[in-house]
Design a protein around this ligand. Structure first.
Ligand SMILES: [Zn+2]
Length: 136
């Protein structure tokens, strides 16, 4: 099952998050159109605004591999056992929108697994995206 694959991958990689300042590890697993899974974790920085989100890093991995279409997204945030449900931040919703469709599923997880499934369109309704820049 896709969600299980994404969840297991995110749970494994979350251990690698670099979070000495935020103390809030996040992992993101993206399945692309080809079916491959791309992973990202958040990377804090001593200059706080330079912190990179897990979703941004997963998107970067997908783009670096030459892919352009997100088929599904899973986000797992917080320390193991915390029970926190973490959705993508506003900036990452915009980043995901560049490569997602309004019906792209976003799996929101706790340590026990997927707790909610929302669509990208629910996270960022009426999103500004590539189609807004098309010349008429
Ligand atoms: Zn973010």
């Amino acid at each position: 099952m896709l969600e299980t694959q994404l969840f297991d991958a995110a749970k494994r990689v979350r251990l690698n998050a670099y979070v000495p300042y935020s103390n809030f590890p996040v992992a993101c697993a993206i399945q692309s159109e080809s079916g491959k899974i791309y992973l990202g974790v958040n990377v804090d920085n001593a200059s706080y605004p330079e912190t990179a989100c897990a979703e941004a890093n997963a998107i970067g991995a997908m783009i670096s591999a030459g892919e352009r279409q997100v088929k599904a997204v899973l986000v797992l945030g917080g320390h193991p056992g915390s029970g926190v449900l973490c959705t993508p931040c506003g900036g990452c919703r915009q980043r995901l929108g560049e490569f997602s469709q309004s019906d792209t599923p976003v799996y929101v997880c706790s340590d026990e697994g997927v707790q909610e499934v929302v669509t990208f369109g629910e996270l960022l309704p009426r999103a500004f995206g590539p189609s807004n820049l098309e010349q008429k």
